[in-house]
Write a protein of this length. Sequence first.
Length: 232
Amino acid sequence: MLRNALRTRYALIVALALYIACTAAWAGQLTGKVTDDAGVGLLARVTVIQYESRNSAVGFTLPDGTFSLDVPDGELSVLAAHGPEWSIAEVTAHAGDVLNLVLHRLVDMPSYGYYGADLHMHSTFSDGTQPVEVMASACRAEGLHIAALTDHDTVDQHGLWLQQATPDFLPLRGQEITTSTMGHFLGINGPTLVSRDVSGGEEDMSPDNPYNWGGAELQRQEEGFVGATAVI
């Protein structure tokens, strides 16, 4: 009985110590706004690093450039970024501070015919961790101009994804095609599902299967294309 009581007391002491450590480590908020030279709010990524513990927090601003992050106590390094076309703002801060971070446009890539793109991403429609709207906002915050959402073996996300288009962000339809014998392939921009869910797993990428090299031809006819991502 005494031994069990001591074990219980010890467990409670450990749990209390862990609770105090966790709440002490993340005990404040950092707020502010990220803007361009003209004071217009920017979607941006904000990274906060605690100098001593190296604890960190990463978040994205709202469309008006404002942000609010739970941060550790102590001296913090705060970095705001909006992709490779823009400068990075870096300041030292503490929990409770209100920051105004200004980014400068270094180069206008589209004016030279270059566009930042990511053609392989997953959302909560398959094995990703973020919903479609958050994915689009994060892409814009990272300075991407084009992105394809390529969830596994589904096109159910296409309608919502295409609704995220803005004058400076072009979402493309995508799917990651799972095959029976040849690994995974990316289908970009084709609206039709091309997957083992359709073909029943029958040698999905073989020329004899109308859904795949077959399916690849279908993607081409629909003004899309197929590329390898994890070939067996």
